[in-house]
Structure formats: C-alpha cells, structure tokens
Design a protein around this ligand. Structure first.
Ligand SMILES: [Zn+2]
Length: 158
C-alpha cells in the first residue's frame, strides 16, 4: 500500500468505501461487466449494467452484485443461474458452471472431478467470465467443496 493522503476528499478513501456491500457490509470483489451481461435476466438487464460492479459472496446476504457509485444492487432472482456462494450447502447448485459440476457430482466422481476440471481449465476450455457468477475460475471453490465433502465422508464412515 502506498501512503494515503490525509485529505478528506482523498480518492483512495472514496474508492475503498465503495468496495463494501450496502446490505451486509462485507468487502465485494470486482467483477467484469461481461459477467453481468451474460448472467442477468431480462429484467436485470433493463435496470442497466453498472460501470464498476462488485460481487458480494456472503452466504446469507441477498445481494449478488452492487455498484455503490450508481447506486444499484442485483439480487439472486435477477440472475439466470443460482449462485454457489449463496447456497454452499445445496448439492444441486453448480460449483463449476463451465462443466456443470455440482457438489453432488463432485461427490459421485470423487477426486476425478477436480482432475477433469483442472484439465479442462488448462486446455483453455472454460468460460468462467460468462458462466460463473463470480466471473473467475471455480477451482478454488471446487477444492473447498472437496475438502468439505472429504470431511463428511470420513465422518460418515466412523
Ligand atoms: Zn452482501
């Protein structure tokens, strides 16, 4: 971090304030416009895609995208797909949107699932920016689901 100015109108401070979800207050991650254009419903698109959208990944927060400069928020019903981050325990909501992997499918395929996804990603076959509501690669979330499922399976066999 560079040293911040003490001016009240400091642009850095203004920008950092806009990073936080207006509903739950947690920090949102920047998302490309193309992700919203691809995943918003017709009604969502009619409200206008904001210039600097952010994603709120808080599980119990209804807001998916926001841009405090507009201001505007989009809730999950304004997306064409359910959002994994909002349904961590739902085994039928995709984790990997490009290749259709839900927690249930990952559990069924075991470690082959992440190997398959990784190979497809390496081959450049993924379309995360237009398929995944996060707009980024799903592999981190896939690994988290695998760890959780692994713990569940171990617990179930005890
Ligand atoms: Zn939120």
């Amino acid at each position: 971090m560079s040293s911040c100015c003490s001016d009240d109108n400091c642009r850095v401070e203004a920008e950092s304030a806009s990073e936080f979800c207006p509903s739950c207050g947690s920090k949102g991650t920047s998302v490309d416009l193309i992700t919203l254009k691809a995943l918003l419903t017709a009604d969502g698109l009619r409200r206008g895609v904001p210039p600097a959208p952010r994603l709120c990944a808080t599980a119990d927060c209804p807001v998916v995208y926001f841009d405090n400069a507009v201001p505007i928020v989009f809730r999950e019903y304004e997306l064409t797909v359910p959002v994994h981050a909002k349904h961590l325990d739902d085994v039928l909501v995709p984790v990997c949107y490009c290749f259709g992997y839900t927690p249930r499918k990952i559990r069924e395929e075991g470690e082959i699932a992440s190997k398959t996804i990784t190979a497809e990603v390496k081959a450049g076959h993924c379309a995360c920016e237009v398929k995944n509501p996060k707009g980024v690669c799903c592999l981190g979330d896939v690994a988290k689901v695998e760890r959780r499922l692994g713990a569940e399976l171990v617990a179930a066999t005890r």
